[in-house]
Design a protein around this ligand. Sequence first.
Ligand code: ATP
Length: 404
Amino acid sequence: NHEEEPVLQTIKKQLSPDIYKLLIDIGTLADEQQISAFLIGGVVRDFLLERPNEDIDIVVEDDGILFADLLSKKIGGDVKTHEKFGTATWTTPSGLKLDIVTCRTEYYDSPGTLPIVRPSNLREDLRRRDFTINAMALQINRTHFGTLIDFFQGQEDIKKKKIRILHTLSFIEDPTRIIRAVRFAIRFNYKLAEQTYHLAIDACSMLKQVSSTRFLHEMDLLIKENSIIPGVQLLNDIGVWKSLFDLQVKEHQMASIKRLESYHFQDPFSYLIALLYKQKAWKHQIKRYAITTKQQQLVKQLEEMAKTVLPSNITLSELHLRFATFKEENLLLFALLIQHKKLEQYIVKRQNLNPLLTGEDLIEQGIKPGPKFSEILHQLTCLQLDQKLLTKKEAIDWLLQTKF
Ligand code: ATP
């Protein structure tokens, strides 16, 4: 399993010289201390893919905290330790942050309890990871610098373009890995390996037990890949939406998602609403995902907005009368959900509206500050939206002619 220095050239080519030097220094110290040190996780995968990644995670087959302390003594910088997990974050003198981790396994004492973490060897550490392509390590001891440790044939899966879990219970242990699998498949344009795909299908009902926060976090990472449509589609093929919401995603939900994408919506919660909105039970279904006040306010505002009657020939000022008080982003989401072009137009216009007159202009025209002020400014906005007033002069003439 140990191939000698196959990726050495790539490492040199891909890392900035200061990080490369840092790895050499770490390897030298590891040699002095007679402990094995490895680069691990996504960065190793990305070396092989020749994709940029300087997110350096290091594991040592020893006490990671102790090793981080030694590093800071020898090279400088600060160490922050997380005793419970046996990990340390070392901030180097030049300000780089590196996670130094003790090899560990997690095992479950009894079902449903939190995993217990204990130190282990490298193989066990790699075995608890999500996919073969993420479960490779690269030794950085000077004596073995650049040796790839690949117990689970990650390199082969890179060649085959497959996302493959490491053992059959993987998705049951952590159902968020289903979303992670989709994320990596989309990012690299890989397929889920056949058994992995079937095990994902079998395990997707387990996603119900994942907390809303974790679920939305994984969805957020998926959205950041900038391919929401294929992501939602693949999750649909696996049966995630069916299992969570009794939902088979169709063309109209995809169209809705595309509209959100075109306005650069980033929030996974909004996309979840786009998926569910036309379902009868959407308010009930979305409830458990509405955790923050902002999310709860969005659901409430959507309910209120949905009560508004919107004739097809409605003017922008009439829309303003109905929607002036709603939060812009909530309103935009509503417009995209019900596919109301005029409302969309109103929001864009309202966002870019430069008031023809300000409070100061009103005072100059002899109007005393008071409740009348906001009434005048509101009317002005309406006239401006309908393009009945175009210039400041027209606005002043209107002001003088109207008896306030
Ligand atoms: P990215 O390129 O998106 O940063 P990454 O592979 O670095 O991807 P992280 O989420 O930063 O992914 O996690 C780092 C490593 O930790 C992964 O490569 C994987 O080995 C492991 N890992 C992360 N999340 C899980 C999980 N839910 N189950 C098992 N292993 C995980």
